[in-house]
Design a protein around this ligand. Structure first.
Ligand SMILES: Cc1ncc(COP(=O)(O)O)c(C=O)c1O
Length: 395
């Protein structure tokens, strides 16, 4: 494919600033370009390919299902979805699942579940959602206004009402903004696009307490930080809190588009027949892959391995930071959701990593986001460390 010509002649809308490269194959942690170049892929579709590219068990699950049944309407029982929902319910805080196709759909549906619950118990005015300013919950209309980012909402008015915002870490504002009309607080357990900002465990605990005291639901958006990425199945588990509603997506499909809203029994009571639906959500192909991903990632030994390998990676990254204190400001994140915060704009640094065949992606606040697959090998982590070190040395 002649990428120069494609640049001039692409019939795709220009809403992405695409790099001039195409890939023809992926295997594990690696991507191969159509020019035969090999890249260490530490983006993995932005935390989507949780098990890397072309995992044999996922290929098998998809192939097997593709020969049996692709799609049936949600007006019928879908056994593969029943199986996945049961596994999630037996292994997590959730009592029920509602399958979608993407993260934004999952966060929108989470908002609907919260509002519908209060409506169903006779409190229809309790419908406002309190979010962190400049967070990221997706690109649908409600999700961009939930995110409270000027950049994302500019030109897309009229404003979708019903959202209030506080700044990350501003507990005073958070408390003040909770009113009798607040239905839920919705936050990312770890802010991904916002710069890999972790909500500390003590803070999550306090937030849970506050929500319970004020009769407000707690929605933890785990679209990016969930499904084993931090070394726990959900990032919030370490704080030993139980949210009411959790939107997930990305990692649960391992590359196949799946989203879901997980919820407890209390809030699920509002979601009676006809209150929500999705043509494709929970279709047999997606569910078969979701089951295969869940079976691998939910294993204690797998999660422990994520913890062990990521701790090694942080330790080594911190050594690089100490060697280059004028370049790297801090290393943040948890598990394999990693942010390398630079003193200066990160665009050039990311380009240099790519020139050295390591793919990473930006996040806010000068952060270089590093998202290896969860089953990354230690030797691949070492290759990445070598490249990061080399780029720092030439910076
Ligand atoms: C925390 C969070 N929520 C929601 C979304 C939206 O997901 P999607 O792009 O699948 O709609 C994202 C995507 O990056 C995300 O990181």
């Amino acid at each position: 494919m002649n990428l120069k010509i494609l640049n001039l002649m692409s019939y795709l809308a220009k809403n992405y600033n695409r790099k001039r490269i195409a890939f023809k194959k992926g295997k594990g942690s690696y991507l191969f370009s159509d020019k035969g170049e090999k890249y260490l892929d530490f983006i993995q579709g932005i935390a989507v390919n949780s098990l890397g590219h072309a995992h044999p068990k996922l290929i098998k699950a998809l192939n097997k299902q593709s020969k049996k049944l692709w799609h049936v309407s949600n007006s019928f029982i879908i056994p593969e979805g029943e199986r996945l929902a049961k596994k999630i319910a037996k292994n997590t805080f959730a009592d029920f699942c509602m399958f979608q196709n993407s993260g934004a759909e999952a966060t929108e549906a989470a908002i609907k579940v919260a509002r519908r619950y209060f409506y169903s118990i006779g409190k229809p005015n309790k419908n406002r959602i309190l979010c962190i300013r400049n967070s990221f919950h997706g690109r649908t209309l409600a999700a961009i206004y939930a995110s409270g980012s000027k950049k994302m909402t500019e030109g897309f008015g009229p404003k979708v009402n019903g959202f209030d915002h506080f700044n990350f870490g501003d507990h005073k504002a958070l408390k003040k903004l909770i009113t009798k009309n607040t239905a839920a607080v919705m936050v990312e357990t770890i802010m991904g696009e916002g710069g890999i900002k972790v909500i500390p465990d003590w803070c999550l605990k306090g937030l849970r307490k506050l929500c319970s005291k004020k009769d407000v639901l707690l929605i933890l958006d785990e679209v990016q930080c969930g499904i084993g990425r931090t070394g726990d199945f959900f990032a919030f588990e370490r704080a030993k809190v139980k949210p009411d509603i959790v939107p997930i997506a990305k990692g649960i499909g391992g590359g196949f588009p799946i989203g879901a809203v997980l919820m407890n029994k209390k809030v699920a009571s509002g979601m009676t027949a006809g209150t929500h639906g999705s043509t494709f959500g929970g279709n047999p192909l997606a569910m078969q892959v979701g089951n295969a991903v869940f079976d691998i990632i939910s294993k204690k030994s797998f999660l422990n391995n994520v913890k062990k390998n990521s701790q090694y990676f942080y330790k080594e990254l911190n050594k690089i930071k100490e060697r280059y204190p004028l370049i790297i400001k801090c290393i943040r994140g948890r598990g394999f959701l990693i942010g390398l915060q630079l003193y200066n704009n990160q665009t050039d640094f990311i380009k240099k990593l790519m020139d050295n065949k390591l793919l990473t992606i930006r996040a806010a606040e000068n952060v270089v986001r590093i998202l290896p697959p969860l089953n990354v090998k230690k030797s691949e982590l070492n290759s990445a460390l070598k490249i990061i070190s080399k780029v720092c040395s030439k910076y």
